[in-house]
Design a protein around this ligand. Structure first.
Ligand code: NAD
Ligand code: ZN
Length: 382
C-alpha cells in the first residue's frame, strides 16, 4: 500500500472529556511499530460499553485518560504491518479485539479462562505496548479505547489483538462479532454452558441480551424467558427464540425475581444478566433455583458492588461472570464468522440502523432511548 510507513491523516470521533458529545475531527495515525498492525476500519458497531465509558467515567466506570477515540466492535482490512508481524499481510480482512490472545501467557494456555494477560494494563489505560497511542490530534496524543479505537478510519492494534477472518465475510455485519454478539452468545453457550431442556431467563434485550437468547436457543433450552423494562424489545426477542417476554414494570413493586420463581415453580436453571446494573444482577441470581441455578453476569460495571444473600449461594447456586463471552478471541472469532457464513448464527437481525461516522452522536441517542439494537457506523462513507 502507498501509505505504508507514513502517517495517515483521516477522520475520527474524539471524546475530549466525559459526558460531552463526540467531536468529528482530523487525526494522524502513526505507522505500526513492532508486532503491530495498522488497519483501515470499514464498519463499527456502537456498544453500550462505549456509551458507559464516556458517560459513567469516574462513576460506574473507572476514570481512564481523555481524550480518547471510542469504539471496539469493528471489522476492517489490514493496511500495513510493523516489524516482526508474521500472521498478517496488507489486504487481510480482520476483526480487532479488545481482548488479546497471545497463546503464551499462563492464562492463554489454560482452558479455564480467556483472559489473556498480554498488554492488559496498557490496553486498559488506552495505550499500546510501548505506553503510547498511535493516534494524535493537532499534536496531542489521543488514547485508544481498550487498545482498539474503531470510531476512526484507521487504527493500530497489537498483532495478538487481531483475528484474520474469511475474505468473503461482509465486514459491515461481522463487526458485531468484535463484542456484543460474541459476548451474549458466549455467555449462554460457553460461560453458562446452558443445557438442553433447561429453563433460562435473560435480563436486558439489547444486542448482548438478544445474543444470549440466541445462545439459549442454540443450546436447545426448553423455556427462554426474556426480561426487559422496554416492551419494544419483545418482538425481536421472540424472533431470536424467547418463549415468553416479561416487563418487570407490569407487576408493580413485586420484585422480578419473585415473579420468575413463581412462574417457573422454584426458579430458572440459568439466568443471564445483560443490563449492567447491580440491582438486576442480584435479581438474576435470586431468580435461579436451589440446588444448581447458575447466574452469568455479562453486564458491565467496574466500580459498583452487587449484593448476594449468602443463603442463596449456600443452597447451591453458582455465580459467574463473562468477559467477551468466554471466547479465546483470536482463535474463536474466525470460527464465529464461519458460523455466521453458514447461517448457524444470526447477525443481520441485530442491525437496526446504519449511519455514517458524522452521525455517531445520533447512534448514542438511539441506544440510550432504546430505539436501536445495534447501529453500525460506516467509516468509509463519511
Ligand atoms: P443495550 O443498552 O443495548 O441493552 C440493555 C437493555 O437492558 C435495554 O434493552 C434496556 O431496556 C434493558 N434494561 C435496562 N434496565 C433494565 C432492568 N432494570 N431490567 C431489565 N432490562 C433492563 O446494551 P448492550 O450493548 O446490549 O450491552 C448490555 C450490557 O453488556 C452493558 O452493561 C454492556 O456494557 C455489557 N457488555 C459486556 C461485555 C462483556 O465482555 N462482559 C461486552 C459487551 C457489553
Ligand atoms: Zn462492547
Amino acid at each position: 500500500m502507498a501509505t505504508a510507513g507514513q502517517v495517515i491523516r483521516c477522520m475520527a470521533a474524539i471524546a475530549w472529556e466525559p459526558r460531552k458529545p463526540l467531536s468529528i475531527e482530523k487525526v494522524d495515525v502513526a505507522p505500526p511499530k513492532a508486532h503491530e498492525v495498522r488497519i483501515k476500519v470499514v464498519a463499527s458497531g456502537v456498544c453500550h460499553t462505549d456509551w458507559e465509558y464516556l458517560n459513567e467515567a469516574g462513576r460506574g466506570m473507572k476514570l481512564r485518560p481523555f481524550p480518547v477515540v471510542l469504539g471496539h466492535e469493528a471489522a476492517g482490512v489490514v493496511e500495513s504491518v510493523g516489524p516482526d508481524v508474521t500472521k498478517f499481510a496488507p489486504g487481510d480482512k480482520v476483526i480487532p479485539l479488545f481482548l488479546p490472545f497471545c497463546e503464551e501467557c499462563d492464562q492463554c494456555k489454560c482452558e479455564k479462562t480467556n483472559l489473556c494477560k498480554k498488554n492488559w494494563e496498557n490496553t486498559q489505560a488506552g495505550v499500546l505496548a510501548d505506553g503510547t497511542s498511535r493516534i494524535s490530534c493537532r499534536g496531542q496524543q489521543v488514547y485508544q479505547f481498550l487498545g482498539v479505537s474503531s470510531f476512526c478510519q484507521y487504527t493500530v492494534v497489537p498483532d495478538t489483538s487481531l483475528a484474520k477472518i474469511d475474505p468473503k465475510a461482509p465486514l459491515e455485519k461481522v463487526c458485531l462479532l468484535g463484542c456484543g454478539v460474541s459476548t451474549g452468545y458466549g455467555a449462554a453457550v460457553k460461560t453458562g454452558k446452558v443445557e438442553k431442556g433447561s429453563c433460562c431467563a435473560v435480563f436486558g434485550l439489547g444486542a448482548v441480551g438478544l445474543a444470549a437468547v440466541m445462545g439459549c436457543q442454540a443450546a436447545k433450552a426448553r423455556r427462554i424467558i426474556a426480561v426487559d423494562i422496554n416492551p419494544d424489545k419483545f418482538q425481536k426477542a421472540r424472533e431470536f427464540g424467547a418463549t415468553e417476554c416479561i416487563n418487570p414494570r407490569d407487576y408493580g413493586n413485586k420484585p422480578i425475581q419473585d415473579i420468575l420463581v413463581e412462574k417457573t415453580n422454584g426458579g430458572v436453571d440459568y439466568a443471564l444478566e445483560c443490563v449492567g446494573s447491580p440491582v438486576t444482577m442480584s435479581a438474576a441470581l435470586e431468580s435461579t433455583r436451589d440446588g444448581w441455578g447458575t447466574c452469568v453476569i455479562a453486564g458491565w460495571t467496574e466500580t459498583e458492588s452487587m449484593s448476594v444473600q449468602v443463603i442463596k449461594i449456600l443452597m447451591g447456586r453458582t455465580l459467574k461472570g463473562t468477559y467477551f463471552g468466554g471466547w479465546k478471541s483470536v482463535k474463536d472469532v474466525p470460527q464465529l464468522v464461519e458460523d455466521y457464513m453458514q447461517k448457524k448464527l444470526k447477525l443481520d437481525e441485530f442491525i437496526s440502523h446504519n449511519l455514517p461516522l458524522a452521525q455517531i452522536n445520533d447512534a448514542f441517542n438511539l441506544l440510550r432511548n432504546g430505539q436501536s439494537i445495534r447501529t453500525v457506523i460506516s467509516l468509509e462513507n463519511f
